[in-house]
Each structure stands twice: as structure tokens, then as C-alpha cells.
Design a protein. Structure first.
Lengths: 335, 321
């Protein structure tokens, strides 16, 4: 059964999107203030798609978000504290300061912790789904999120083919945000549309306007239903524009004005806000209040995380193996 | 009644499938066909749904094993030839090897690599890749030299909560035989003294153990007693057993079939020099395969890798210096 985007669900979706956007804005500020080690990667412009994926998933499903999936992560159960702890390097974060920024997850809870290699998460989701089937579970689904750049990798090809052969309940969500770092789509693929690839793999494709929450919602709900009902992998391609640089170190000067002014350049947050007020009866004042309280909650979380400090390299465990006695103790620090 | 190295690998997998419902096997042609080398012969029939044919996609095979391990299963991935595992290298060294360190979720997967040269194998069906895997933290690398170790170490590999690269040597598959399967075994991480001797130590592993034992036997006719240490596991390396042997003999020769640059031999010598320099009566020596791709023709191949004869020559040199 598809879940409708009604007054209740759109409020939830919008709140996740808003939190993700506000969190991104604060992370950008923290980055500029020098409070963050390494990079900061934002999901600006991709919240509508991301939240639709996160809310199509249920507890017990598998989710492999990519770098611009703050909204989807929140919808799947990630806390703002987890996100901030990872970005600020708190030892209390999900990766305990061993990995940072968008590289975070809680695999035991179904949220995979991405590695940097694009496309590599898809087969991990496949394997988790195969395992669930072997264990006799039913009704489950997995979602792997990538950008259009990852569709050029061998890992994408191998994993989508594998999912199709195994008829796995996989949503492979491609956010075509027009640039892989600075590489335009013309240098990334030569097919007319990325959905054209689906036929070659024998999977169903869905194309959606990634700036429009309602379209994203309906497409993801429909694809999820098909996947759960045994119709195999669903390839979803959303057209949108990354409304920021690849990371905050990147001013995205290569994004053309034409692109910014085209359909994909619309801000999904603004469109969602209009949808909330014009179609679902929310007032501007109400939305403004949410924004203020979200901002306040995020600031409160930042103050908590900043007090937690960083990891202690001298008391840190340097064992890479779970089997303690097999860890080589060659490194002088390792005891 | 005797059992080969290859049959021991099949029997170990049958034992694991029978005794642990979390175990499954995934690889090319492993199902009804029974595997390119028949290491999974009849297992698909005996254990329906748990011995699964994979497409020619090493990246996806290993990536999916990581996902299944997160879900609590214990996959065994058979790569048809170790050489092809480079296609799935990223998933092993970046996904599997880092998982526990990053997330505290263990990654119990076993990657079976039919390794090493056989006559006529050529450049892409002969490689020994233990060192490039051993380079990455988070992986255990096994290199069994005997039928007994092939059996017991494979069972232990799958039981461990970490990703294991299991380098089984194709040259030993059919020729190496034992009377029966072992009842007990040394654990992974412990080396074994394959032959005792007082004049010099050879540290080796996998198929080269047998070349070294043959060399030691021949040298014994001249009254020279060579101690042969079989590493069994190249990561972690049992440094204590190596140093103890060098302390007894004062001389060290390392023998490996893999290429020389940055390999197991280099690591062993580095550790002995760093930790036991004063135990040495002569500079440590090593022999590896020649630093070229592996040749196809049997006449070229016969001198490409170390053999009993080249080990004897190196031993005589070591005893003179």
C-alpha cells in the first residue's frame, strides 16, 4: 500500500527537510569558523528526494545513504546529535572519531556507514537483503543512494546486475544533481537519460522531478511497494541540482547560470513550503515557528557536542581486528 | 583411505555448512557445477540454497558478503583464481577490512583464493597475493601448507569474527595427501616447526614449505641440519617462533613464491633484523619468484619460482657467508 502525502506525513517530511537544511547551514558556519576537521558536504537541494527515500523505509530495512542524505538519515532514525558528533569528531559519535563528516552509520540498525568509493555501498545492501532472505525474513527492503557520477563505476554495474539476478527488493536511488564534483553530465554518460540504463539490467525505472516533494514522495512510495511485493530492483532517477559546492571548500563556480535558472535549479525547500501553505493548510507563522525551534534545538546540540571534546590518542584502542589476540602489536603506540 | 588438500577444503566447508546455519558459499560456478576445482562438489545438493552461483562480479560478490556479515551471516566467497580477486580488491580492503574499526560491527567473511603457480598457468592464473592483502590493517591472511591446516584453518577462519583471506595453493590441491582429517590443530597466528635443525633456519609458507623440506632432506645427506618454519598465517606473523628458531641456528633464509618487493620475506627479515640482530651469524637471505609476470611455458615457469634446487643453492651460500 502506498502511503499518502497527507497533512500528517507532509508535516513529518517537511520537519526532517527543515532540520537537515538548518543543520547543513550550521555545519557550513562551523566549517568556516574552523571547528570542523576535514570537509563538510551538504545536501542542499536534495532534501525532498532524500526524505522521500528515508520515509519509504521502515525499521528493519537497510539504508545506504550518500553524502547528501541528511534528511533521509533523520527520517530513518538518525539523531541530530549523532550527525553533529560525527562532524565535530566527538568520541561519543557513531564512528567514535575514527571516521568523520558524512561517513557515519549504525550498521546494526540497518544504516550502512559509507566508504568514499562511489557505488561500493550498493552490493553491501544487496548482501544484507540476501541474508535477510536466507534467514527467512519477509517484507523488507533496502535503499542505496548514489549520484549520477557513481553510475559510471564498475561497482554500480556489478551490483545492479547482481540485484537484478537475485531479484532483490532494492531501491537504487540516483540523485542526478548535474555535477559530479565539477564534471557535467555530458562527460559522465552518453545515454539520453539514466533511466535508459534500466532495460539493460532488466529492472524497472522511475523518473522523477527531484525538486518536487510530492512527486518524489509518490514515486518512492510506488517503487517501494513494487520492491516489497517482489517485483525486483527499482531504479529511481531524480533530476535536481546541487545547490552548493561538492563540499564547502568548493565555490561551484562551474555551475552555469542557465542551469541555476532551469527547472532543476529550483529549491525543493521553497517548493515544499508553498505546498505546505497552499495545499495543506499550514500557516507561514507556523512554519516560521518550526524554523526557530529547529534552529534552537540544533544550537543546543552543538553546545553539548562541543563540550565532549575530541578523542584521546593515548587511551584509544588501536586494534583493527575484532579477534583481540590476533592484532599485531607492531606499532609502538599500540598496547 | 587418504584425503587430498582440495578434498580437505571441501570437507571443511561441508562441516561448516552442516554445523553453522549462518554459513553460505557464494562464487562463480560453485553451485551445481561444484566449482572450477570441485572444492564445492555436491555441496549445493547437500545444502540447498546455501551454495550460490555468482555472476562474474568479484566486487559485488565481496561487497554483498560484507552486507550479509552485517546481518549476522558468515559468508565464504570463492574467487575462481586469486588473480581475479583484484577486481574485488576495493571491497575487501576498504569495506571489509575497515568495518570493525569504523563501526565496531565485526565482519566475519572468508575470501577463498586459489593461489600460486601450476605448470602452464601463466600470468593471470598463478599469482600469490598474500602480501598485498596483508598490507591492509583489519585482515587476517592464512596460507596453509598441509592437508591438515587446509582443513582446520579454513574452519577456524570462518569461525573468526574478522575478514580472512584464505590463500589455498593450487599446486597442492591434488598432489598433497594425508591419511585422515585432523582432530586438533594449532590456532591461526601460530607458526609450526616443520622440520628441526641446528645449522640454519628457513622461514616459508604454503607450497614452498614442501620445496624447502625437500631441500632440507637433501642437505641432510651432507650433514647439514636445516630448521624449516612454516608460518601458516602471514598476518599476523608469529615473530616469536621465528626469532626463537634464529636464536638456535644463527642463520636465516626466507623463501616465498610471491614477488620480492615488499613481501612476506621482506617483513620477516625486517623483524628479525630489528628484534634479533645479535642472534644472526650471517646476513639474512631471501628467495622469491623472479620479479616478472609469471611465465606460461613450463620450462620458463620451472625456474621462475623458487625450487628445492634454488633453495639448496641459496642455503649453501648462506652457510658460507
Amino acid at each position: 500500500m502506498n502511503q499518502e502525502l497527507n497533512r500528517e506525513t507532509i508535516e513529518q517530511a517537511y520537519r526532517y527537510m527543515l532540520t537537515a537544511r538548518k543543520l547543513d547551514e550550521r555545519l557550513a558556519q562551523l566549517y568556516r569558523a574552523g571547528d570542523i576537521f576535514g570537509g563538510v558536504f551538504l545536501g542542499k537541494g536534495q532534501e525532498a528526494l532524500s526524505v522521500s527515500v528515508g520515509m519509504a523505509l521502515r525499521k528493519g530495512d537497510i539504508y545506504a545513504p550518500l553524502i547528501r542524505d541528511g534528511a533521509g538519515r533523520l527520517a530513518f532514525g538518525e539523531t541530530v546529535l549523532d550527525a553533529l558528533r560525527n562532524c565535530l569528531g566527538s568520541p561519543l559519535g557513531p564512528m567514535r572519531a575514527r571516521d568523520g563528516n558524512v561517513h557515519r552509520g549504525r550498521p546494526r540498525e540497518g544504516c550502512m556507514a559509507m566508504i568514499s568509493h562511489l557505488g561500493a555501498s550498493i552490493s553491501v545492501v544487496n548482501g544484507a537483503l540476501m541474508a535477510k532472505r536466507m534467514k527467512g525474513e519477509s517484507g523488507f527492503m533496502g535503499a542505496a543512494c548514489i549520484g549520477e557520477g557513481a553510475t559510471s563505476t564498475g561497482a554500480f554495474h556489478e551490483a545492479l546486475n547482481q540485484a537484478a539476478i537475485e531479484k532483490l527488493p532494492l531501491l537504487l536511488v540516483v540523485a542526478n544533481n548535474q555535477y559530479a564534483y565539477s564534471t557535467p553530465t555530458t562527460m559522465q554518460f552518453a545515454c539520453k537519460k539514466l533511466t535508459d540504463k534500466a532495460v539493460g539490467y532488466g529492472v524497472t525505472a522511475h523518473e522523477v522531478d527531484g525538486t518536487d516533494l510530492e512527486s518524489c514522495w509518490n514515486t518512492l512510495q510506488s517503487a517501494a511497494r513494487k520492491a516489497r511485493e517482489g517485483e525486483g530492483p527499482q531504479l529511481i532517477v531524480a533530476e535536481l541540482l546541487r545547490l552548493c559546492g561538492h563540499g564547502e571548500h568548493d565555490d561551484a563556480h562551474y555551475v552555469t547560470d542557465d542551469m541555476k535558472q532551469s527547472n532543476v535549479g529550483k529549491d525543493c525547500m521553497e517548493l515544499a513550503r508553498t505546498l505546505m501553505t497552499s495545499q495543506h493548510g499550514f500557516s507561514d507563522q507556523e512554519l516560521q515557528e518550526w524554523e526557530t525551534s529547529t534552529q534552537k534545538d540544533i544550537n543546543h546540540s552543538i553546545s553539548i557536542v562541543k563540550q565532549e571534546g575530541g578523542p584521546d590518542p593515548y587511551t584509544h584502542s588501536w586494534n583493527p581486528l575484532a579477534t583481540r589476540e590476533l592484532n599485531e602489536q607492531a606499532n609502538g603506540i599500540a598496547k | 583411505m587418504s584425503i587430498t588438500y582440495l578434498e580437505a577444503i571441501r570437507e571443511a566447508q561441508a562441516y561448516l555448512l552442516k554445523n553453522d546455519p549462518r554459513v553460505y558459499i557464494y562464487g562463480q560456478d560453485v553451485g551445481a557445477f561444484g566449482g572450477a576445482f570441485k572444492a564445492t562438489k555436491n555441496l549445493a545438493t547437500e545444502f540447498p540454497g546455501r551454495v550460490i552461483d555468482a555472476p562474474i562480479s568479484e566486487d559485488a560478490m565481496i561487497g554483498s558478503a560484507v552486507g550479509a556479515a552485517i546481518e549476522g551471516l558468515r559468508p565464504i566467497i570463492e574467487v575462481q583464481f586469486a588473480d581475479f580477486s583484484t577486481v574485488g580488491f576495493n571491497q575487501m580492503v576498504n569495506q571489509a577490512a575497515t568495518l570493525f574499526w569504523r563501526t565496531e560491527v565485526p565482519c566475519p567473511i572468508t575470501l577463498r583464493l586459489p593461489s600460486g603457480g601450476t605448470s602452464g598457468g601463466g600470468p593471470f592464473h598463478s599469482q600469490c597475493l598474500e602480501s598485498i592483502y596483508a598490507h591492509f590493517p583489519g585482515l587476517i591472511v592464512c596460507t596453509p601448507a598441509t592437508v591438515e591446516d587446509a582443513y582446520s584453518m579454513l574452519i577456524e577462519s570462518v569461525t573468526l569474527d574478522d575478514p580472512v583471506v584464505f590463500c589455498e595453493h593450487k599446486y597442492l590441491y591434488f598432489h598433497l595427501k594425508a591419511k585422515s582429517l585432523p582432530q586438533e590443530a594449532l590456532p591461526i597466528g601460530k607458526a609450526r616447526i616443520a622440520r628441526e635443525g641446528r645449522d640454519m633456519t628457513i622461514v616459508t609458507y604454503s607450497a614452498m614449505v614442501h620445496e624447502c623440506l625437500e631441500a632440507a632432506k637433501e642437505m641432510a645427506q651432507d650433514g647439514i641440519q636445516i630448521e624449516v618454519v612454516d608460518l601458516r598465517t602471514v598476518k599476523p606473523i608469529d615473530t616469536d617462533t621465528i626469532i626463537a628458531s634464529v636464536a638456535r641456528t644463527g642463520r636465516l633464509l626466507c623463501v616465498a613464491e610471491e614477488w620480492p618487493w615488499g613481501g612476506v620475506n621482506a617483513e620477516v627479515i625486517s623483524r628479525v633484523v630489528a628484534e634479533g640482530f645479535n642472534l644472526l651469524d650471517a646476513p639474512p637471505q631471501r628467495i622469491n619468484a623472479k620479479d616478472t609476470p609469471i611465465p606460461y611455458h613450463p620450462r620458463l615457469w620451472s625456474v621462475h619460482r623458487p625450487t628445492a634446487q634454488s633453495i639448496i643453492a641459496a642455503s649453501r651460500h648462506l652457510l658460507r657467508i
